[in-house]
Write a protein that binds this ligand. Structure first.
Ligand code: HEM
Length: 428
């Protein structure tokens, strides 16, 4: 489907069918209605420059709001006693990082930023290589793989478990908790599934509360210890300098779990598609592996695993020539901005040598810029390097339907069957 033969009338971003191929809709928006009002009153901001301007004005385009269904919140249960009983077993919801505004956000950023130092990312690279090679060892002799479940899901799950300092044997729980945490984002859930996700999130909270208490007494070199012991030692600081509370730490961990898993999974699977669909470009990358970091940027730009982020406008504001009234919800549509020809020449094309690929908004920009961006970049680069080296001649297996998860915020393939000629054994 192309931008010419679709209509924006009645466009519903939550429509799972649209999410199978949303780009023609976004292209149409950029061309004709770059600030598009959805029937439910939400505004989709589709052009690069408009998204960037909004990201530079976090006071006007605020992040501080919470959705229903958060654990511990009986009001979130909306009169459903069964849901209320489940949530009451958890910790109260608090708005941190992603859903906080300054000054609270500034405090969180300072406290959590210490866990994401360049040294920690550097130290993780050998572990990423080991995890990637272990996973490939598991299927390389078969000459085929379902890359989502056999590689793209377990790699980030194992890495985040390692970085948090939690035993790898909890990785199945990790994935389930992560799925439960995001189930309601950008999708509609049945009541059954709502109850199930609430149970999963409460279980996650109880598990990590115990682990955090353990680190209080027995600190290690891991993110959990950094969170428990994080302090702002600046007597001149204007903002609140108190250490993180348990509900705050749990909220932050939930964000790390989700952000560290779902997005990177989607990036890796989509990058494989791009390599297969662009054999000439892939050949250039094989000949010059120094292009790999740029391939990661191009994959981030074109796939944009976090398709967009919500903002609430705190005053009447004009974007383009559209007036957005105070209190309205907006979506900064990063997936659309990232293909805007005004910023990226031939924005739909995969070009591993694109000089401004890194200008994409796949990690956002400004005060909420992705805290794990260097984690994700390192993970993406190692994954692609191992895939290109050990799975040469990568091609699609038979019967792929290229079906995407039905979420318009976290977009990714459900599965992807690949075939290859087994390449060299692992290095080192
Ligand atoms: C391909 C991988 C990833 C993508 C595409 C991605 C995308 C994003 C985006 C778009 C934002 C900004 C949201 C906004 O504009 O409001 C963000 C924020 C964030 N990301 Fe990532 N992310 C990725 C990986 C990670 C990883 C691996 C971690 C941690 C281990 C992480 C942790 C966070 C956190 C904590 C925030 C909130 C920052 C704040 O609000 O101050 N992300 N991410």
């Amino acid at each position: 489907m192309t931008a010419e033969n679709i209509t924006l009338e009645g466009f519903d971003p939550f429509d799972a069918r649209i999410q199978q191929a949303p780009q023609p809709y976004y292209a149409r928006m950029r061309a004709e209605q770059p600030v598009f009002r959805v029937d439910n009153g939400m505004y989709v901001i589709a052009r690069y420059q408009d998204c960037l301007d909004a990201l530079r004005r976090p006071k006007v385009f605020a992040s501080g709001f919470t959705g229903p269904g958060t654990p511990g919140s009986t009001s979130a249960a909306d009169g459903d006693p069964e849901l209320a009983a489940i949530l009451a077993e958890g910790y109260p919801p608090v708005a941190t990082l992603l859903v906080a505004d300054p000054p609270a956000h500034t405090r969180f950023r300072k406290l959590v930023g210490r866990a994401f130092t360049p040294r920690r990312v550097q130290d993780l690279i050998p572990e990423i290589e080991r995890l990637a090679d272990d996973l490939i060892d598991g299927f390389v002799e078969d000459g085929r793989v379902e890359i989502v479940s056999q590689f793209a899901v377990p790699l980030p799950v194992r890495l985040i478990a390692h970085a948090l300092g939690v035993s790898p044997d909890r990785q199945d729980d990790f994935k389930r908790w992560s799925d439960d945490s995001i189930a309601a984002i950008g999708a509609r859930l049945s009541r059954e599934r709502t109850l199930e996700t609430a149970r999963g999130v409460v279980e996650f909270q109880q598990f990590f509360a115990t682990e955090l208490e353990d680190r209080r007494e027995h600190p290690r070199d891991d993110i959990l210890s950094d969170l428990v012991h994080a302090r702002i030692e600046d007597p001149e600081a204007d903002e609140d300098t108190t250490p993180l509370t348990m509900p705050e730490m749990l909220s932050i961990l939930q964000q790390l779990l989700v952000a560290g898993n779902e997005t990177t999974t989607k990036l890796i699977a989509e990058a494989c598609r791009m390599l297969i669909d662009n054999p000439a470009a892939t050949e250039r990358v094989r000949e010059n592996p120094r292009l790999i970091p740029n391939v990661v940027e191009e994959a981030l730009r074109l796939a944009t695993p976090t398709q967009g982020m919500f903002r609430r406008v705190t005053e009447d504001v004009v974007v383009g020539d559209v007036e957005i009234p105070k209190g309205s919800m907006c979506v900064l549509m990063y997936a659309s901005a990232n293909r805007d020809d005004a910023e990226f020449d031939a924005g739909d094309e995969f070009d591993p040598a694109r000089s401004n690929a890194k200008e994409h908004l796949a990690f956002g920009k400004g005060i909420h810029y992705c805290l794990g961006a260097s984690f994700a970049r390192a993970e993406g680069a190692v994954a692609l390097d191992r895939i290109l080296t050990r799975l040469p001649d990568l091609r699609y297996g038979p019967g792929n339907e290229f079906e995407y998860e039905p979420s318009f915020i976290l977009r990714g393939l459900k599965c992807l069957d690949l075939e290859f000629t087994p390449g060299p054994r692992r290095s080192g």
